[in-house]
Design a binder for this molecule. Structure first.
Ligand code: SF4
Length: 374
């Protein structure tokens, strides 16, 4: 281990070589041991990603479903994202908001934010995720903090997915009512990371990697982790994501992590993922995480098709967004901007999605957090 300038411990063995070998060539016996083990370790997790484990995917699914039900019952927590701004100083090759894209930029002003909140609350949501691009003068820390404070007056749970902040800034978000911060590392492999993040503060790999620890140091309850699957070797990224989550759970055992599984799709600018992840392998990844981390919320967004999301709900996945807009605003029609960060594949409305969950014997939950828990 080593410490960066913020005295945050980060893994110095980001390349988990022997787990990579195991994930590529585990035997059927290795997979059996992992499935029969009540406490899955790192080697077991790697085995669950292997082709041998892919050969018994239905067994993984059954194990994942049982562990999901043991910890989350038959519930699926629902949340909705609201993009506050698409101004961005970043040059991420795979993103529709990168600063070299030509579209007009938008930022919601306080009165527009309020109208969006009212429209979203009227849809029944009690948990909202507020998003921005990288830090810019148009969408800086005070802007995000003030939006959190207003959101906390309308929703039971407010979370943020924006730019890396200092521990002090995260403390300010917590005081304003933020209970969770999501910050994907995108890829844990420093080589493609540097190539894909062409300019802007996001080029600082270490600063970004250390941010979830600062989130939890600040007193915010949850740090959301993820890798953008498809932009680099998914085995490497999934193993590193697992180890990142493990390290945070050991260090901040009073807090929590949640994990998402964003899978990159072609974007404006012609980006084609060099390491496409199939539906079958994404399912295997989700099952492996659920078996290894039975009590961690696992989330799947509307990037994915309805049929895939329905298949994963309750079989590993315990939290989902629905009725999402990936444009700035959009819940109040006149606020919508035309260009989203990514394409929404599951465009069902709240009622249709809840009906689909209930048809599977699952219970959609709009509120599973309250200020009194803080
Ligand atoms: S991924 Fe984030 S930082 Fe990168 S261009 Fe998109 S909005 Fe900006």
């Amino acid at each position: 281990m080593k410490r960066n300038e913020n005295s945050v411990t980060i893994p110095d063995d980001v390349d988990p070589g022997r787990w990579m070998d195991l994930a590529r060539s585990a035997s059927a016996d290795d997979v059996r041991r992992a499935l029969d083990c009540p406490m899955v370790g790192e080697a077991d997790f790697a085995a669950l990603l292997s082709p041998a484990a892919g050969g018994v995917l239905e067994e993984l699914a059954q194990r994942a479903r049982a562990r999901t039900q043991a910890h989350f019952g038959r519930t699926i927590a629902l949340y909705v994202p609201l993009y506050l701004s698409d101004y961005c100083s970043g040059g991420c090759t795979y993103c529709g908001f990168a600063s070299d894209r030509g579209q007009a930029r938008h930022r919601l002003e306080p009165d527009e934010i309020l109208r969006e909140f009212e429209a979203i609350a009227a849809m029944g949501f009690q948990e909202i995720l507020l998003l921005t691009g990288e830090r810019t003068p148009k969408a800086d820390y005070p802007y995000v903090r003030d939006a959190v404070a207003e959101a906390a007056r309308h929703f039971a749970a407010v979370t943020v997915e924006a730019f890396p902040m200092t521990t002090e800034e995260y403390r300010g978000l917590a005081a304003a009512g933020c209970v969770g911060v999501t910050l994907y590392q995108e890829t844990y492999d420093p080589v493609p990371y540097e190539r894909l993040h062409r300019w802007g503060p996001k080029r600082d790999y270490v600063q970004r990697l250390a941010a979830p620890a600062r989130v939890l140091e600040s007193g915010i309850r949850f740090a959301g982790l993820g890798a953008l699957l498809g932009i680099a070797d998914p085995i490497f990224d999934v193993l590193s994501l697992y180890r990142h989550a493990l390290q945070l759970r050991r260090r901040f055992w009073q807090s929590g992590v949640s994990i998402s599984f964003p899978r990159v799709c072609p974007q404006e600018g012609g980006y084609v993922p060099p390491h496409p992840v199939s539906d079958r392998f994404l399912a295997q990844i989700i099952f492996a995480f659920r078996i290894a981390m039975p009590d961690v919320p696992l989330s799947l967004s509307t990037r994915e098709q309805a049929a895939f999301r329905d298949g994963m709900a309750g079989v590993g996945i315990s939290k989902m967004s629905i009725a999402s807009r990936t444009t700035v605003g959009g819940y109040q029609a006149h606020n919508a901007s035309p260009d989203g960060q990514f394409h929404v594949s599951d465009d069902r409305d709240v009622a249709s999605f809840c009906a689909a969950l209930e048809a599977k014997g699952l219970e959609p939950v709009f509120k599973n957090w309250d200020k009194v828990f803080r």
